[in-house]
Design a protein around this ligand. Structure first.
Ligand SMILES: C[S@@+](CC[C@H](N)C(=O)[O-])C[C@H]1O[C@@H](n2cnc3c(N)ncnc32)[C@H](O)[C@@H]1O
Length: 330
């Protein structure tokens, strides 16, 4: 999965547990660094009294910075699928002393959050897509191939099918297609064959079980650093594909892109940070179409990437892709 920063110490498997609302131990307090924060703030340019939206609160890194600048007359509306994210982000947002509303749910439902908050448009919106560090750090969430746990991957574990359920029932041809189109897996047929044969013997219920199957399929694999390039672990693309499918991430993004013009005020700016080429294509297409039809008066001409210094400081930023669009005046 070139889109997600490689996890760098596959041998150190630590079992982490944390209570709801507590930070997993491998993301130390203060250790979360919001991706491309300077660029996000420069683009959205929050001002006193403005209304801002963080569609993906996560640990509240971006949203607390936006809210701090919106001041006591401003408002931040935040959403996240994940109940834990809501608790963790709320702590950070409270510390700013400024008004905010948070909603647990899919950002595809932002319009309902707007009407509940009594607002009909925002001056800026951020969506920082994908999973958060606390989700991948917690083995019980089943996002990581290097920490054994239940193969779950749901951002909201109370809804929908887990990755294990999905893998237990998906038809082989659909799995091949998903691995090829979402995961950019070079050998989708081979990988799908291994997984289907394995699930016919016993259900694939653990992340460690799935990672071992994929490692044994690709014995050539080894994690080594050469010329600053990491060889990808053979499970990365499969895990990413399953996560995107389980959480319907592409469909949700498409929905957000469709409603964007109606939730941004004139001259409001939307910033989307994605970590997957398929997501970035959707954003690029929607922004270009919006510019052509006059909904947006300005969009990012090129893909924005983190600086070299940011990538050094924050490995999770390595694969970030930023695009922005500004709503036209009327
Ligand atoms: C990369 S993290 C955001 C990190 C955040 N910007 C920060 O600085 O702490 C992405 C978050 O988006 C959430 N998420 C992903 N897709 C979502 C969706 N469709 N609706 C709501 N939340 C979503 C995930 O649960 C995760 O907490």
């Amino acid at each position: 999965m070139p889109e997600t920063p490689p996890e760098t110490s596959p041998k150190r498997v630590r079992r982490l547990r944390y209570a709801p609302g507590k930070r997993p131990r491998s993301t130390p307090p203060g250790g979360h660094i919001p991706v491309m924060l300077r660029e996000v703030l420069d683009l959205i340019d929050p001002t006193e009294g403005g209304i801002y939206v963080d569609a993906t609160l996560g640990l509240g890194g971006h949203s607390s910075a936006l809210l701090a600048k919106a001041g006591p007359e401003g408002l931040l509306i935040g959403m996240d699928f994940d109940a834990n994210a809501i608790l963790l982000a709320t702590e950070k947002l409270k510390a700013t002393g400024n008004p905010f509303r948070v909603f647990q749910g899919n950002f595809a439902g932002l319009e309902a959050a707007f009407s509940e908050s009594g607002v009909d448009g925002c001056d800026g919106l951020l969506a920082d897509l994908g999973m958060s560090s606390y989700q991948v750090d917690d083995p019980d969430r089943g996002f990581s191939y290097r920490r054994d746990g239940p193969l779950d991957m749901r951002m909201d574990p109370t809804k929908g099918k887990s990755a294990a359920d999905f893998l237990g029932t998906v038809p082989e041809k659909d799995l091949v297609e998903a691995l090829a189109t979402i995961g950019n897996e070079p050998d989708p047929w081979g990988v799908a064959r291994i997984l289907i044969a394995a699930r016919d013997k016993e259900p694939i219920l653990r992340t460690g079980q799935l990672a071992s199957l994929l490692e044994s399929h690709n014995r050539e694999w080894k994690l080594s650093k050469e010329k600053n390039k990491w060889k990808s672990h053979p499970a990365i693309r499969v895990f990413q594909t399953l996560r995107i499918l389980v959480n319907r991430e592409l469909a949700n993004l498409e929905h957000l892109l469709r409603i964007l013009p109606w939730i941004l005020k004139p001259q409001g700016v939307a910033v989307i940070l994605s970590f997957h080429s398929g997501e970035d294509r959707l954003v690029k297409k929607a922004f270009r179409e919006g510019l052509a039809s006059g909904i947006f008066d300005s969009i990012s001409e090129h893909l924005w990437r983190p600086t070299f210094q940011e990538k050094l400081r924050n490995p999770r930023a390595r694969s970030a892709r930023l695009r922005w669009a500004r709503r036209a005046k009327s």
